[in-house]
Ligand binder design. Structure first.
Ligand code: GCU
Length: 360
C-alpha cells in the first residue's frame, strides 16, 4: 500500500548520484550525495547560510530559581557588523539535580517562560534543560528583514537565505554557546519547533551536525511534508510562496505552481539529518500540514538511515491513523488527535522516545 502511494508521487531518488550510480556506502553518501542534495536545497529553497559573526554574550539575569527545580538565566547575544547591530535575548533553564544534562533548543512564537507551546516544567522533570528564544526577537516575521536579519543581510539576491535561515542561524549560535557550558551534555543537544519553527528546526538540524535530535511538530509544507501529491486541503507552494515568500530564498518563488515537478522534495531535508534522530509529528485536524505527506517523507528518507545500519522509520504497511506513534527507529512519526498546536501530548511522545534512545 505504501509502495503505491510512493509510486504515485514519483519522487526524485535520494540515492541516485549525479553520475547516474546509486549510493552504496556511507562514504559515498557523505562525500558525494549529501553535499549535492544540501547544495540543491539551499540554492533553490532556503537560501545560503550567512557569514559567521561572533556575538558578544552577556548574562542579564543570573541564576534565578525556577520552581525550585531549575536555574534560569537570561542570556543576551549581541551581533555587530559594520554600523549595524542587534541584541537577541534568550532563556536558559537547566535542571538543578543533574550535573550534565541534555538540552533542547526551542525557537518559539512568544518569549514567555513557560509558554503554552513550551511546558518548561514538564521538560525539566524529564531531565532536559531548555534554551529558548522568540522568533520575533531574532527578526520580525515579515518582509522587513529587520533586527538580526538586517545585520546578516545587506542585499538579497536569488540565493540569499530567507527568514527560516535567519532563525536557524540563531539556533546554531545558541548551539555554539552551549559548547561552553560544563553543565551541558554536548552529545545530547537537540532542537524542537512547531509549524514554521518546526521547518526551522529541521533546517538547523540538517545544517549543523551537533544537533543529536530534532522534534518537528506540524511543520508541514516546506518542512517535513513532501510537496508532490499533496492531500486534499493541504498547503501548496502557491500558498506558501505567496503569503510567506520572505521565509525562503527568492529562487523558491519560481516553483509556485510546480509542486509535482520540483528538482528536489522535502525527504531530502530529512535525509540530511541522518543518522541522527528526527521525530515528525502531526495532528489529525491539521490537514493544512498534510499528515500523509509528512509520514511518506519519513518513509522516503529512511533508506539513508539504512546505509548507517540504523532503522529509519519503523511502520506498518499503511497510511497513519490517529493515535499512531511510530517511535521505535531513529526516524519517528506520530499522529495525535486535535488541531494545529504544540501540545503537551506532542512533547510527551517525543520526550519518552528520546529518553529511551539517549538513555536519559
Ligand atoms: C501558516 C503557514 C504554514 C505554517 C503555519 C505556522 O499556516 O501556511 O506553512 O507552518 O502558518 O507556522 O503556524
Amino acid at each position: 500500500m505504501i509502495e503505491k502511494e510512493l509510486l504515485k508521487r514519483n519522487l526524485p531518488n535520494l540515492l541516485l548520484m549525479p553520475n547516474g550510480k546509486r549510493v552504496s556506502s556511507v562514504k559515498e553518501w557523505e562525500s558525494v550525495q549529501k553535499p549535492y542534495l544540501k547544495e540543491i536545497l539551499l540554492r533553490e529553497e532556503y537560501g545560503k547560510t550567512f557569514a559567521p559573526i561572533e556575538p558578544k554574550i552577556t548574562s542579564k539575569l543570573n541564576a534565578v530559581d525556577f520552581s525550585g527545580k531549575a536555574v534560569w538565566e537570561e542570556i543576551e547575544f549581541l551581533f555587530e557588523l559594520g554600523n549595524k547591530s542587534h541584541a537577541v535575548k534568550t532563556n536558559l533553564i537547566l535542571p538543578k539535580q543533574k550535573s550534565c544534562c541534555p538540552v533542547i533548543i526551542y525557537i518559539n512564537f512568544r518569549p514567555d517562560i513557560p509558554d503554552r507551546y513550551l511546558p518548561v516544567e514538564e521538560i525539566i522533570d524529564n531531565g532536559f534543560g531548555v534554551f529558548s528564544v522568540c522568533r520575533g526577537d531574532i527578526a520580525s516575521d515579515n518582509a522587513s528583514f529587520d533586527k538580526l536579519a538586517s545585520v546578516l543581510i545587506s542585499e538579497r539576491d536569488d540565493e540569499t537565505g530567507g527568514l527560516l535561515m535567519v532563525w536557524a542561524y540563531m539556533a546554531m549560535k545558541m548551539m555554539d554557546y552551549l559548547q561552553l557550558r560544563s553543565e551541558v551534555d554536548k552529545s545530547k543537544i537537540g532542537i524542537a519547533g512547531h509549524s514554521r519553527l518546526g521547518k526551522t528546526a529541521l533546517l538547523a538540524a540538517a545544517l549543523d551536525e551537533r544537533f543529536a535530535f530534532v522534534f518537528a511538530n506540524d511543520s508541514g509544507c516546506s518542512g517535513a511534508a513532501l510537496s508532490r501529491g499533496h492531500c486534499l486541503g493541504a498547503e501548496k507552494l502557491e500558498h506558501i510562496t505567496v503569503t510567506f515568500p520572505f521565509w525562503f530564498c527568492k529562487n523558491y518563488l519560481k516553483y509556485i505552481y510546480c509542486d509535482d515537478e520540483l528538482p528536489f522534495d522535502q525527504h531530502y531535508l530529512l535525509a540530511l539529518i541522518a543518522p541522527r534522530i528526527v521525530y515528525v509529528g502531526g495532528a489529525l485536524e491539521d490537514t493544512w500540514a498534510d499528515n500523509d505527506n509528512q509520514f511518506l517523507s519519513c518513509v522516503s528518507a529512511s533508506p539513508v538511515w539504512k546505509l548507517y545500519n540504523k532503522d529509519g522509520l519503523v511502520y506498518p504497511n499503511r497510511l497513519p491513523l490517529v493515535g499512531d506513534e511510530f517511535m521505535d527507529g531513529e526516524v519517528g512519526f506520530y499522529l495525535r488527535a486535535g488541531t494545529h498546536y504544540h501540545s503537551r501530548t506532542d512533547w510527551g511522545i517525543c520526550l519518552n522516545a528520546i529518553k529511551k534512545k539517549l538513555n536519559v
